[in-house]
Design a protein around this ligand. Sequence first.
Ligand code: ADP
Ligand code: MG
Length: 323
Amino acid sequence: KKVSDKIAAGEVIDRPVSIVKELTENAVDAGAENITVEIRNGGKTFIRVTDDGCGIEPEETETAFLRHATSKISRAEDLDAVESLGFRGEALASIAAVTRTTLVTKPGDRKTGCRLVIHGGTVIEKSAVGCPDGTTMVVTDLFYNTPARREFLKSDGAESTRIIDLVSELSVVYPGIRFQMINNGRTIFTTSGNGSMKQAVLAVYQLSEYRDLVEVDREAEGFRVTGCISRPSLNRPNRRNQYYYVNGRVVDSRVMEKGVAQGYRERLFEGRFPVVFLHLRTNPGTVDVNIHPNKKEVRFHDDKPVVRVISEAVRQALATDDA
Ligand code: ADP
Ligand code: MG
């Protein structure tokens, strides 16, 4: 089977947040240290994602917008061990088809950059420009050429909330990247990019009680667990303040929840839940990555070591905090 068949046409740009998701994941994949996301009107009229990553060679800018053009995967077997966030190679094509998109990009070893303007999938302009290293994507006028699809968009506020939530999650899972989120000209948050997940959580959520979160860092059995969790005294009546990530992706995981519960054991009262931000990293071969872009479930080939490593990580962090 060809790679392009195997990956299938799962990609749908249905709302502004889908665009922001693809553009920010591309920026992460490009090795950016700084990523700025700017939106106006819930992203319906304006989205700009700026990164200082590897950039795109001028002669490859148009190729990047072709369907199934990906520089990140070449063999079908690779799909079983996908490490970069993007791998379907159709995001830019899908975005450009339903918007007016401008790409400005320059690899670090080039003197001049390239500017490519695409309206509804058609290249309008390509020119050499002076610009900083990295990539800026400006996406405006979502669904300008398919007005019926605009009807399905929610209010500006609802769309911007989804986008801010997405960028918040990404900022926490990549604390080594400095993220800036700007909505209608107002800076919502800026993370330091200093590598601490707890610092990123504080910068993003700006809750004073999160200052007391306990840092978690444990490596065992081929897993690395990092993040931060609340002391038993700071708990919640539901799991809404729990965030789990596997290999850079936000996931829902009963298995990870179970590990956390076992780690706290009798420290928590029945029906109370700790605040949790936990990132589990492991060899991509030991988990089933969500091939579908919107699915959040994750399946481990073996649940037991996951529960064990997470519960030990939690116990260790709480014990260190007690001492
Ligand atoms: P995918 O991410 O699945 O490869 P995309 O359609 O999202 O597909 O992007 C197509 C290609 O364009 C990528 O494989 C990459 O080579 C290039 N690209 C896109 N965004 C960036 C970026 N911000 N920095 C560097 N290269 C990029
Ligand atoms: Mg991509």
